[in-house]
Write a protein of this length. Structure first.
Lengths: 219, 219
DNA sequence: CAAAGGCGTGTGACGAGGTCACACAGAAAA
DNA sequence: TTTTCTGTGTGACCTCGTCACACGCCTTTG
């Protein structure tokens, strides 16, 4: 599926959907922009065309935790919640890269739901996907150790050279813990030879050992 | 809205929905029955007619955490996830009371989605509601103290006499912590005069103080 | 009735994790 | 170069989850 800057060409959509969406123009959002924050009213249903947006829950201490990332072709579920239930946002969305997205106003959204089976499928599957991810998140946060979550993060966000370009603070947010804890765990992983660390970069030295850690090895 | 044992009368549904649902017969489930457990394949979309079902996530240590409760008129989102994404269950559902429910097979479910706007609304709003609850849960588990969560639980699950009939183990599950922790926190709340406790029952003595605890008072 | 379990509860010890208050070093800006 | 910012390390302290018990109440059963 290809994502162009023409909203009428959103992959897989049918005639009625294209007819309604064709009138909308994409919005450009610069890197670092906050798309919405807690308490704000919902303006419409959001579909990403390009770029990447992270949705975080922010705690009273300033600590935050990544709920999910929105990538091209996906939609922001938070907005759907608002449209369907009338509630305001409880999370905060930030553009991690410059992004282009379509904002589908409330009435157009409902018209689409009723007229386009393809659009229904899009919304439903987005829902299902996010929900699954949320349950996974709850499971991870409540039942997995920080060490395991950290090892998992390093493994699946690292590039082909085995390098992960993230600060400790970013890692902390991604796995839902505090920065200091990440510092201590990374040190432990480094001491045991799994990884090497320098300012802003973690390098995998022993993939196999790291996988053991994910699966709950004590070391 | 009234929930009868006639599936065709599910509140608020329209003609096409009634036509399709009229052919289904409700299933009776005894108290304590496990409706589904992790890894099991999804059989269909479930709508509750009466009774109460709790959906829990179970950790490797045996500790579990209540994701949400399904009450009459609501549906079990877990099943929807399975239908839409093809994934198996990751949580466990247990009947807390004897229950009656309708299992809508996969193909009927999709027929309903396409033909009945009312059914679509039902499914969508169920989704939105659960999602919101999940986000609330993540927020509570990651950012609120056990003491606050416990106080909140006591306040909103107690009867009109200010009595909560639950064991410490049940409370622990409901707020996602361990039984021993509940024991210690209850003792603290009792010492400070907020509540009185006896075997299987907690009684509220000072509602105002308890509300302070919910809002994060240190005491 | 008494003995035997089951169940709900209390408790101590211990390790993991989150918070606060710093110190320190490399990088970027002035 | 000096200043400032940003990423990182560290110690102290408290909360929380886990393990391993003990104890008391209730029900069942002989």
């Amino acid at each position: 599926m290809s994502w162009t800057n023409n909203t009428a060409e959103i992959a897989g959509l049918d005639a009625p959907a294209r007819a309604l969406l064709g009138t909308l123009t994409p919005v450009e959002v610069p890197k670092g922009a906050v798309l919405f924050c807690p308490g704000e009213a919902v303006k419409g249903y959001v579909v990403m065309l390009s770029g990447q947006v992270d949705v975080n829950l922010v705690g009273p201490t300033g600590r935050d935790i990544l709920l999910y990332r929105v990538e091209p072709g996906q939609s922001c579920i938070q907005s759907t919640l608002g449209l369907l239930g009338g509630d305001d946002y409880t999370a905060e969305a930030t553009a991690e890269t410059a992004a282009r997205l379509v904002l589908i106003p409330r009435d157009v959204f409902f018209a689409l739901i009723d007229s386009s089976p393809a659009f229904r499928r899009l919304v439903f599957s987005a829902f299902a996907e996010r929900m699954q991810a949320m349950m996974q998140l709850i499971e991870n946060v409540s039942f997995m150790s920080v060490e395991s979550r950290l090892a998992a993060l390093i493994l699946d966000r690292s590039d082909s050279d085995g390098c992960l370009h993230m600060t400790q603070a970013e890692m902390a947010t991604a796995i839902g813990t505090a920065r200091e804890v990440v510092s201590r765990r990374l040190e432990k992983l480094a001491r045991s030879g799994c990884i090497a660390q320098e300012r802003g970069v973690v390098t995998i030295l022993d993939r196999k050992a790291l996988n053991q850690v994910v699966r709950g090895a004590a070391f």
